[in-house]
Design a protein around this ligand. Structure first.
Ligand code: PNS
Length: 168
């Protein structure tokens, strides 16, 4: 059985991520999408919120499991006995960064963790969680970027933040 991990921040999950998840789930028997719990970053959504959103967005994909991890990807992959990481590539700029990470992971796992790159579908090549957050923060239309329920959660987050700011 061929299994893979798709690690990422997913803050929040976008249609670009979901495109990679669906395609990877068709290539591999089991796909674990895992949210990095990165203590050095300040994400908009908590790990629990991101896991919940991913679960909802992938509920129609029976071979996809949602999880979270801390620390190095190679250690997490070893614990799960999974030897392939999936990453999406939107542009050559992604590739430079991703190539370095993929080579580091391969080297430091003694060749046990390889990376398989999927090119993001062209319609989502412009998309990133950061730009979606920026647009949502100004109440812009993100209906083509994220599922409706994710969009609602994003607007709620920014509304709560503005509300909290007004109280001071
Ligand atoms: O969605 P992102 O933020 O581009 O995902 C980056 C991620 C989570 C794949 C990467 O930062 C990662 O694997 N971090 C865990 C720590 C690690 O193993 N780093 C790689 C060796 S430098």
């Amino acid at each position: 059985m061929k299994a893979a991990i798709y690690p990422g921040s997913f803050d929040p999950v976008t249609y670009g991520h979901l495109d990679i998840i669906r395609r990877a789930s068709e290539i591999f028997d089991e796909l674990t999408v895992s949210v990095l719990n990165n203590k050095t970053k300040t994400p908009l959504f908590s790990v629990e919120e991101r896991v919940k959103m991913l679960k909802e967005a992938t509920r129609d994909l029976p071979n996809v499991t949602i999880d979270s991890f801390s620390g190095l990807l190679i250690d997490y992959a070893a614990r799960k006995d999974i030897h392939v990481a999936i990453r999406g590539l939107r542009a050559i700029t992604d590739f430079e960064y991703e190539l370095q990470i993929a080579q580091t992971n391969r080297k430091f796992s003694d060749g046990k963790l390889d990376t398989v790159f999927l090119t993001t579908s062209l319609e989502y090549a412009y998309l990133s969680s950061s730009t979606v957050k920026e647009i949502a923060s100004f109440n812009g239309d993100i209906s083509e970027c994220v599922p409706d329920f994710v969009g609602r959660l994003l607007y709620e987050k920014y509304r709560d933040r503005i509300g909290a700011g007004n109280e001071q």
